[in-house]
Ligand binder design. Structure first.
Ligand code: NAD
Length: 354
């Protein structure tokens, strides 16, 4: 089982190394073998090859069972011309791999509820929701233009969706809801947007083939409020690209630290891209301070969705929960009375627990 490994920039190499330690423990425990293949993307790729996404990287990802990614970018490359920025490598890879479904679980371990900005009473019992965000269409990919008009300029970013694009991600969301508590919320703005009305129409049709899943609809402004007011009402949220971008960052803060949140990006086949939700954190790079848990949990998603190793995925997730319950904390989630550890030590503890 070949896994392409893109360490990237900033804290990327440090956190990916910890996820690989966890995967080595999985190899031992489940008697299997992963072949890790290194590839360049982002700022380090610009330095070595002049482009953020070398062709060999795309080829390696396409010939692998999955891609494990750290993070890209940093101040060194901030003044790169457009299309040659580290982040363009990421968008290019998502497009090249056809990964249209971005899964972002927001899980709050009960022991970490003090790290969240919400009152502990709101978070009682922990938190476990999953946002399924459309990743390859909508306003970020629609027709764009800036034109001169009398007295100024006019800018346009068209939100465009086809019924095919909606249906394929809706099917992913219903399948995922089936593996959880069979509850799905479509978040849209159907009172105003034609695209949202198409989303409702298509999702309602897909719901007819998935009658075991309880589907409800919510306007995005209300959803933004309800995530703070009563996050427990949600299980799986399905939404379009821009709404998902915003809501998933909001949901991430419910869990206290960006360093805890994994993600998976999937397309029609099982070859996914797995990465933490956070960036390359240049402010703490190379200091053994980064929390590797988001990347380790991304490796668990890789085991679940690309390698179909559900037991191993659960084993990794349980190991993370166990280490947290034993009181070990990286600095971003540190509280009084807990045991402060660095990036490497956290990786070692989780690998040993697996
Ligand atoms: P960031 O997510 O890198 O950092 C935001 C804050 O969270 C920082 O204070 C950082 O120290 C902290 N943080 C992030 N991850 C952490 C971890 N694992 N453990 C502990 N603390 C952590 O966001 P930013 O500062 O806005 O961006 C830095 C760079 O990352 C930029 O170049 C940006 O473009 C890039 N970026 C990349 C991705 C990606 O590769 N997917 C995503 C977002 C941002």
């Amino acid at each position: 089982m070949k896994i392409t490994v893109i360490r990237g920039d900033g804290i990327g190499p440090e956190i990916v190394d910890q996820a690989i330690k966890a995967l080595h423990s999985v190899e031992k425990k489940y008697n299997c073998k992963f072949e890790f293949s290194d590839a360049l993307m982002g700022g380090c790729a610009i330095d070595e090859t002049g482009v953020p996404l070398p062709e060999e990287t795309v080829a390696s990802c396409k010939s692998s069972a999955a891609t494990l990614l750290g993070a890209v970018g940093g101040p060194k490359w901030d003044n790169q011309p457009a299309n040659l920025r580290p982040e363009d490598g990421l968008l290019g890879l998502r497009k090249a791999m056809g990964v249209y479904a971005n899964l972002r679980p927001a899980t709050l371990f009960e022991e970490l509820s003090a790290a969240s900005n919400l009152k502990e009473s709101v978070l009682k019992g922990g938190l476990d929701l999953l946002i399924v965000r459309e990743l390859l269409s909508g306003a970020y990919f629609g027709k764009k233009e800036v034109v001169e008009i009398e007295g100024g300029k006019k800018a346009t970013d068209a939100i465009e969706y086809t019924s095919h694009e909606i249906e394929r991600i809706a099917r992913v969301a219903f399948d995922i809801a089936r593996g959880r508590s069979r509850k799905l919320t479509l978040v849209d703005k159907a009172n105003v947007l034609y695209t949202s009305r198409l989303w409702r129409e298509v999702v309602a049709k897909v719901a007819e083939d998935n009658k075991d899943i309880k589907l409800n609809y919510m306007y995005v402004d209300n959803a933004a409020m309800q995530l703070i007011n009563d996050p427990h009402q949600f299980d799986v949220i399905l939404t379009e690209n821009m709404f998902g971008d915003i809501l998933s960052d909001e949901a991430s803060m419910l869990t206290g630290s960006l360093g805890m949140l994994p993600s998976a990006s999937l397309g029609d086949n099982s070859v996914g891209i797995y990465e933490p939700c956070h960036g390359s954190a240049p402010d703490i790079a190379g200091q053994d301070k980064a929390n590797p848990i988001a990347t380790i949990m991304s490796a668990a998603m890789l085991l679940r969705y690309s390698l179909k190793m559900e037991d191993a995925a659960e084993c990794v997730e349980k190991a993370v929960a166990k280490i947290i319950s034993k009181g070990y904390r990286t600095v971003d989630i540190m509280e009084e009375g807990k045991l402060l550890v660095g990036t490497k030590a956290m990786g070692d503890l989780i690998a040993a627990e697996i």
